[in-house]
Ligand binder design. Structure first.
Ligand code: PEP
Ligand code: MG
Length: 785
């Protein structure tokens, strides 16, 4: 049998159908309704290559010197050619197509997702195995090719390299493929199986008409139902005015937004009986996983389907509920000790010494860049070579963090830097990792001593001698999520609230905030952590391998948020950062790299790596990631935009049909907004880190002028306010993705001006959602009073 139905497999079948199919089968076995589908077994791939007689040639072709990049590239191409060029044996072809056709209804072809399902359990990281392909909205004409493409993903350059290096025989790795129906929902929504803050047995359900995308993205205000599991009764029903619904276009498979007819707008989406069925499903999912779940569900043709289930990560450990708080949703990171606090409220330069008898204890102070109080032993890090010294629970002290330091930063309980401001690498990454940090101390590496016990306060920006009562070492750390205010569901706001992501590892934490999408996905970290400049990497490993690296990082985020939009930005690293990398010797020496060869000006000047970035995004679109939006940094004028659109077209990304936009980071771009709008942008996003530095002539990374770095300066606000006004007239969306988007004063200002969305740091999303809601309600009240 070439294929097995998902319902016929379970967790023990990993070797036959791969991990993905096995876990879907397991859920079905647990009585959970999962959209139907089947797995093309690993044995089918094996028979395919053996019966066609391409196996020996294939394994020989990929048996190359892993350090020879040209040979690797050729091996990948040859493997792809062999697999894609060999026809399916007729019986296998028939079996797959028969199974597929059986999923269609009323003579209509089914839209399916096709995903590779890895069987190689012995490979520690399946991403190295290359088994990561996903294609959405596939129909019969592409099905067989997509299956083969999943097979060919066993032989990407990375996968070949990895196995060759470790002496793992290519002939022993198999791959299965999942083909699963995409659900064309009539109603859908989300459900928390227990109270998301306290863990109490209270189910909250949000529901709207059509596809879940409308609820998840916040496009529609959904009905809200609260069900008391102890009493076994519906406690509260709030019926919303559901003006729009998302439905799938039957022809193209694309999601379109339609107005809901008058009579259905105010109609209750779920009956008591449906709520009862959903609650029962929720209880089963919760007991299957042994922890409260955040479930995405859909109802189609009277049937409930579970599309996704993840552990709720916001339940407080002290909340009496039974749930453990650190679930897969936090990416398995060590939970951190944290006090309620908000990095966004830490004014640069305002890192004052606390009042009371603590002054004499303060050894060093700086900017409170990531909230929380921790105690630990100081570990001074001067060079990359010494990163191993940083142990779990240490306070890492360094001049400035670099991308290579991220593994050590993850182990650290806290981070201290000499240099940098609130928007520096150290500040951004520590916030995303949920590690308390103080940056820009000026003298941390000189004053603090290796091994010394200290207490770092990431809210106040201080490092004191000794251990603090509120931060005993060795005590169980609390998850950073505990800092969030209690709220059963995220507040529904008209202004979208999104989240910024700079390291793909933070994708799950970011998605767990309930943000409406990613307002800025930076790729600098993905690129710089390769250790080589893009030019050098491409020269050594080939352009395809460079694209693969980007695809892997971006996709981790795009998957986590799908179908919520993710704005991925092309590279914007200054020459001094590239200089640190292998191949960086040739970077120009610039007196002021912030004003130098960076962002779009570099990309347009020297388009080779830029082309590969766009090619990677084009491949992601091809794979079905239609939630991606491309954004371009440091644009000044319409000439820049003309260059951008030419490159997009060349890369096969049609600027007319894909949403894309620019950052507004220079006064020039704000003053030229009309020209930029006429040049075709769909959105403009305020990069206030740069906009502030270029408006006020204050270096954002220079701790000596940090007290002058004021994103709320009237000049900055005027540029932003005027730009929003023009964009509203011209139908261009506006957003903010600079650090200031996490500040309540900025949020209030932007909502008043009519910004379309706000993108905040992970730790600030909840507060920003509340601030947006408060401001929107005040504006509504003002308008009727
Ligand atoms: C900004 O300038 O505000 C921004 C978001 O971009 P970056 O911090 O990456 O320069
Ligand atoms: Mg910027």
């Amino acid at each position: 049998m070439a294929v097995l139905l998902l319902e016929d497999v379970d967790a023990d079948d990993v070797g036959t159908v791969g991990g993905k199919a096995a876990s879907l089968g397991e859920l079905i076995g647990a009585g959970l309704p999962v959209p139907p589908g089947f797995a093309v077994t690993a044995g089918t791939y094996r028979t395919f290559i053996e019966e066609a007689g391409i196996d020996d040639e294939l394994f020989e072709a990929v048996d190359v010197d892993p350090e020879d990049s040209a040979a690797l590239r050729e091996a990948e191409e040859r493997a792809e050619e062999l697999i894609l060029g060999t026809p399916f044996p007729e019986p296998v072809r028939e079996e797959i197509l028969d199974r597929y056709r059986a999923m269609g209804e009323d003579g209509e072809e089914a839209f399916v997702a096709v995903r590779s399902s890895a069987t190689a359990e012995d490979l520690p990281d399946s991403s190295f195995a290359g088994q990561q392909e996903t294609f959405l909205n596939v129909r019969e004409e592409d099905l067989l090719r997509r299956v083969k493409e999943c097979w060919a993903s066993l032989f990407t350059q990375r996968a070949i390299y990895y196995r060759q290096q470790r002496g793992f025989p290519h002939s022993e790795v198999d791959i299965a493929v999942v083909v699963q129906r995409m659900v064309d929902a009539e109603k859908s929504g989300v459900m928390f199986t227990s109270h998301p803050s306290t863990g109490e047995p209270q189910v909250t359900i949000e529901a709207a008409w059509g596809l879940g995308e409308a609820v998840v993205s916040g496009t529609v205000s959904p009905d809200n139902y609260v069900y008391d599991r102890e009493r076994g009764a519906v406690d509260q029903v709030t019926v919303a005015d559901k003006k729009v619904e998302m439905v799938k276009d039957a022809e193209t498979g694309e999601t379109v937004q339609l107005d809901v007819e008058e009579e259905r707008r105010h109609e209750r989406v779920l009956s008591d009986a449906e709520i009862g069925d959903l609650v029962e499903l929720g209880e089963r999912v919760e007991s299957h996983y042994g922890a409260p779940q955040d479930v995405e569900w859909a109802i189609y043709d009277g049937e409930i389907y579970m599309l996704q289930s993840r552990p709720i990560t916001t339940i407080r450990e002290d909340a009496g509920g039974e749930a453990g708080a650190d679930e897969a949703g936090t990416g398995g990171e060590t939970p951190r000790k944290s006090t309620a606090g908000d990095a966004s409220s830490g004014q640069p330069g305002a890192a004052s010494v606390p009042n009371g008898g603590e002054e004499e204890d303060v050894l060093v102070d700086g900017l409170g860049a990531s909230p929380g109080v921790v105690s630990g032993a100081v570990r001074i890090v001067h060079k990359l070579d010494h990163l191993d010294q940083v142990q779990e629970g240490d306070v890492m002290v360094t001049e400035m963090t670099m991308p290579d330091m991220v593994p050590a930063m993850k182990r650290a309980a806290g981070i201290v830097t000499d240099e940098g401001g609130m928007t520096s690498h150290a500040a951004i990454i520590s916030r995303e990792l949920g590690v308390p940090a103080v940056v820009g101390t000026g003298n941390g590496t000189r004053v603090l001593e290796d091994g010394q016990q200290v207490t770092l306060d990431g809210d106040k920006g201080t490092i004191r001698a000794g251990e603090s009562e509120s931060a005993e070492p060795g005590e169980e750390f609390e998850p950073v999520e505990a800092a969030r205010p209690e709220t059963p569901v995220k507040p529904m706001t008209a202004t979208e609230v999104k989240v910024n992501v700079s390291i793909p590892e933070a994708a799950e934490r970011a998605a767990a905030t309930g943000a409406d999408g990613v307002g800025l996905l930076r790729i600098e970290h993905m690129v710089l952590s390769l250790g080589k400049t893009p030019e050098k990497y491409i020269a050594d490993h080939g352009a395809r391998a460079y694209q693969d690296e980007l695809i892997e990082g971006v996709r981790r985020v795009a998957d986590e948020f799908y179908p919520r939009p993710v704005r991925v930005r092309t590279i914007d690293a200054p020459t001094d950062e590239f200089r640190e990398l292998e191949g960086g010797e040739g970077e120009p020496a610039e007196h002021n790299p912030m004003l130098g060869w960076r962002g779009i000006r570099r990309s347009l000047d020297k388009p080779e790596p830029f082309r590969q970035e766009l090619a990677a995004f084009a491949r992601l679109y091809d794979m079905g990631y239609d939630n991606l939006e491309v954004m371009f940094p440091l644009v000044n004028d319409a000439a820049d935009v003309a260059g951008i659109t030419a490159h997009m077209r060349e890369a096969g990304i049609d600027p007319e049909t894909h949403r894309w936009g620019v950052m507004v980071e220079t006064p020039a771009s704000a003053l030229q907004i009309e020209e930029l709008a006429n040049a075709g942008i769909d959105f403009a996003s305020f990069g206030t880190n740069d906009l502030t530095q270029y408006t006020l002539a204050v270096d954002r990374n220079n701790e000596h002028v940090a007290d002058r770095f004021d994103e709320l300066h009237p000049a900055v606000l005027r540029l932003i306010g005027d730009t929003i006004e023009t964009c509203r007239e011209l139908g261009v969306d506006t957003s903010i993705c600079g650090q200031a988007g996490s500040k309540p004063e900025m949020v209030e200002f932007l909502v008043e001006k009519g910004v379309s969305s706000i993108s905040a740091n992970i730790d600030a999303v909840r507060d920003v959602q509340h601030e947006v809601k408060r401001t929107e309600q005040r504006l509504l009240l003002d308008s009727v009073r």
